[in-house]
Ligand binder design. Structure first.
Ligand code: UDP
Length: 391
């Protein structure tokens, strides 16, 4: 594409949605540059030799309460109804997670469970969700004790493995994603819409990007083709001035040549295993909060059924993110605490020097977005930019 109106860097959810919107709604010529050899970012999935749809970068379970996000994506996919269930291996048994009244019954005597249930109802109310760090600080001594037990058995070691630090040393919203639930609902998510793209995420992305106004270039590090003049706020692409809209969805530190230091992220190593058996475990995901080095095992056949004598599982080993180390150079989670958010703010200040550049998505915003948040933000961003572009 010689003269694109819009350049999008990154073909994950944020990049694909904004590219699709500019192409379809605004009739703009969009050039999408993707560093990897495939689209769909970390949602990428593929069918293996057994016909099992495998998520290459770990389990991605779609859930949302946002009707407009659901409607938007439904243009590009059919859905397979799927409600995610997780078990946690604690005290040599597999118990439901999030910790709920059923989990309580598994770990306590009938009498103790009855007492604790009554206290939970009285102090928080039936159906409520209580972050573990809140329960652990309850003013009611027995609930405080329960909070400490749940923290010790389910959270502290898992979090140390996952983040390299204790729950208190990361943003409280991280552990609040998996609250203690005062009900008998064993589902991992409680959103109204829960489903998996029936033909997979890669196919969904393929359809989003299959527009005559979109040109997609894979294996292309967009930052190498950009040059940013901070004195003038002008953007150059392949050496020529680019006055269209640039949407960047990668890490901000790399975009600005690490002038203000590296932003830390957490990475994962995925170890896949193929087993000759119908199923490996009784639920899609089993968490291993304590002894093992991995945090969880996911079995894909539970997500989308497949007729096969084999099954595929993946074990997740958290690790530090290390740039340019092929074993560790995929950034999965921003490590957002006060210090890192401050460094990110500095980079965002640099972004503001470029009036026709917008940054978007989990990596660029340095936020722990779920997939539906990423889609929602990209849709809103398009509405904002489209108003501006058409002025
Ligand atoms: N968590 C935990 N034990 C668990 C599951 C989760 O301590 O068995 C904590 C941990 O800090 C984790 C966070 O809760 O990073 C969020 O969990 P979630 O399952 O939402 O993580 P994701 O699926 O995004 O990796």
């Amino acid at each position: 594409m010689i003269n694109p109106d819009v350049i999008v860097i990154g073909a994950g959810f944020s990049g694909a949605v904004i590219a699709e919107r500019f192409a379809t709604v605004a009739n703009k010529k969009v050039l999408v540059l993707e560093q990897r050899e495939h689209i769909a970012g970390n949602c990428y999935d593929y069918k293996n030799e057994d016909g099992i749809l495998v998520h290459r970068y770990g389990p991605h379970l779609f859930h949302t309460n946002k009707q407009h996000v659901w409607d938007y994506l439904s243009q590009f996919t059919d859905w397979h109804c799927y409600e995610h269930k997780v078990l946690s291996r604690v005290d040599n048994q597999l118990v439901p997670l999030p910790f709920n009244l059923n989990t309580l019954d598994c770990l306590y005597s009938v009498e103790d469970a009855r007492k604790l249930k009554a206290l939970l109802f009285e102090n928080y109310g039936e159906g409520q969700k209580v972050p573990i760090l809140t329960l652990k600080n309850s003013s009611e001594p027995l609930l405080r004790q329960l909070g400490q037990t749940v923290y010790d058995k389910f959270f502290v070691n898992y979090t140390v493995k996952q983040w390299g630090c204790a729950p208190e040393d990361i943003s409280p919203e991280v552990t609040a994603r998996v609250p203690v639930v005062i009900s008998r609902d064993n589902r991992y998510f409680h959103d109204f819409f829960q489903a998996i793209p029936a033909q997979g995420y890669s196919e969904l992305f393929k359809r989003m990007l299959a527009h005559s106004n979109i040109e997609l270039v894979l294996n292309c590090d967009g930052t190498q083709r950009l040059s940013l003049n901070r004195d003038t706020g002008k953007i150059y692409f392949d050496g020529r001035r680019f006055d269209g809209q640039l949407v960047y969805t990668g890490m901000l530190d790399g975009l600005f040549s690490y002038t203000h230091g590296e932003l830390p992220y957490r990475s994962l190593k995925f170890v896949y295993e193929r087993h000759k058996k119908a199923f490996y475990q009784p639920a899609t995901t089993v968490n291993y909060p304590n002894e093992e080095a991995f945090t969880r095992i996911t079995e894909f056949k539970h997500i989308l059924p497949a007729e096969s004598d084999y099954t595929v599982i993946v074990k997740e080993y958290p690790q530090n993110f290390v740039r340019h180390d092929p074993e560790r150079d995929i950034p999965y989670y921003p490590i957002f605490n006060q210090k890192n958010t401050k460094s990110h703010d500095i980079y965002q200040g640099l972004v503001r020097q470029f009036p026709n550049m917008t940054v978007l998505g989990r990596l660029a915003d340095y936020k722990y977005y779920n997939m539906d948040d990423a889609v929602d933000n990209a849709l809103k961003c398009f509405d904002r930019l489209n108003g501006a572009v058409d002025d």
